[in-house]
Write a protein that binds this ligand. Structure first.
Ligand code: EPZ
Length: 420
């Protein structure tokens, strides 16, 4: 799997419709939330991506029964048989940290491997641990594991996150749903995936107020029930195909979209001169005339997502003039820049800012990707590059994009996945 490659013969015009899959970053906490109940769950719209397979495997290892077939997951955890989440199962993803909150809440003990995921800088978890400690968990950290235990039920707290954290908000929310008494979480993340998790938890019987605001109030319940749930569309996949549509004179309609989820990106595209048309559930864009450079920065939702920064960089290499992107969320998320430069881009990175000097034609090269969103940016680069691009370590792409080569091939791209 790790030696997967993607081969792209560039410059084909792309046209047609592409359908966005369910959101990986909603499905991950939502599958973890099943730990909070002994009931049966039925999820639809679950993306068949590697990170979700890892979460499913980790839950099975805890004692879950069920199946992951096509885009549906049926799952039930009648009994926690093992409260250990081993490194060998979860090392490539953030699954373990999302399991910690619900597992300690249900079981009073959890030993989880330190979270993995994309190497995009420091990915601290101190707010997760501080919040759980305040709820009464005793936390012990080793080089490889986080061990949490409590003799009694977790207790409701009033906690202000010192900084915005998506999985931190989700973790404490899940723990609070089964804690004793009232929890008030302040300065919570506003990402749509948090809102979707709240919808699921409420359907499970949780008492949560404040959805889509920074203050969430949770009154803990002694038990929660199983339910059905359809995962929201993936806004980062949505944004990635919208950016693909802006490259050259492609004509792509992005379907199963929720334009409001990526308003910040659509605003940037309008600013650079792209014509954006939105409907309730689809988006079309058209690059009319020469595009203008921009200066933008990544921010927590509703700001420009860090998860679209790399893909936007590829587009800006094709815009005449000097563009700047400031990355405010992670401190090492410009690794795509070196590979795009190998292909002919002119990107200078200094600290948390990248300066993109365009317009530069790209040429196919042998490149190596380091993380999920960098992979998407490099695939976009390969689509417009002259000649053949061979992307190594392409396993990273499949951690979060369902069927990307197939979807692009259906739009007219010459792209193949090679498993060695
Ligand atoms: C989530 O990661 C997403 N992952 C990431 O998606 C996304 O890039 C990120 O949110 C930001 O939007 C999932 O939802 C599974 P954070 P998460 O905690 O929750 C600091 C992708 O490509 N921080 O919001 O791990 C941290 O160091 C991925 O799909 C603390 O200081 O991110 C970082 O600088 C990659 N202490 C910033 O906050 C904490 O306790 C944001 O991190 C927690 C975070």
């Amino acid at each position: 799997m790790k030696s997967t490659k993607i081969i792209i013969n560039g410059t084909n015009k792309l046209c047609g419709s592409v359908k966005v899959s369910g959101a990986k970053n909603a499905a991950l906490p939502e599958l973890a939330a099943t730990i909070l109940s002994t009931g049966e769950f039925q999820f639809e719209g679950v993306p068949r991506v590697e990170d979700i397979k890892v979460m499913f495997h980790a839950l099975k290892n805890l004692g879950a029964e069920g199946q992951f077939k096509s885009n549906s997951v049926k799952i039930q955890i009648p009994e926690v048989k093992s409260a250990v989440v081993p490194k060998k199962i979860v090392e490539t993803s953030r699954a373990s940290i999302l399991i910690l909150g619900p597992l300690i809440a249900r079981n009073g003990y959890a030993k989880v491997s330190r979270p993995g995921g994309c190497p995009i800088g420091d990915r601290k978890i101190n707010f997760h641990l501080e919040g759980l400690q305040k709820m009464g968990a005793n936390i012990q950290e080793t080089d490889d594991h986080i061990i949490a235990r409590t003799d009694n039920h977790l207790k409701g707290i009033d906690y202000t996150f010192p900084g915005k954290t998506v999985t931190g908000t989700e973790n404490l929310l899940m723990a609070a749903a089964l804690a004793e008494g009232k929890t008030v979480l302040r300065n919570c993340a506003l990402e749509p995936e948090v809102g979707d998790l709240i919808d699921l938890l409420i359907r499970m019987g949780a008492d949560i107020n404040g959805k889509n605001t920074e203050t969430l109030t949770v009154t803990g319940k002694t038990s929660l029930k199983g339910t059905g749930h359809t995962i929201i569309p993936d806004r980062i996949e949505m944004g990635t195909y919208v950016i693909a549509a802006c490259l050259e004179d492609n004509e792509i309609t992005v379907e199963n979209a929720i334009p409001q989820y990526i308003k910040s990106l659509l605003d940037v595209l309008t600013q650079i001169g792209v014509e954006v048309t939105t409907w309730d559930d689809k988006i079309t864009v058209r690059s009319i005339g020469p595009l203008r450079p921009v200066e933008v920065e990544t921010m927590p939702f509703p700001g420009l997502p860090t998860d679209l920064q790399a893909q936007l960089t590829t587009l800006l290499t094709q815009v005449e003039g000097i563009s700047r992107i400031k990355e405010n969320i992670f401190n090492n998320r410009f690794q795509h820049a070196w590979e795009l430069n190998k292909m002919g881009a002119n990107i200078e990175v200094s600290g948390d800012v990248s300066v993109i000097k365009g317009k530069t034609p790209l040429t196919g090269k042998r490149i190596r990707t380091t993380d999920l969103r960098a992979s998407a940016a490099l695939v976009l680069g390969g689509l417009i590059a002259k000649g053949q691009t061979i992307m190594e370590n392409a396993f990273q792409l499949f951690r979060g994009y369902e069927d990307m080569p197939k979807k692009l091939e259906q739009l007219g791209a010459d792209i193949k996945r090679i498993k060695e």
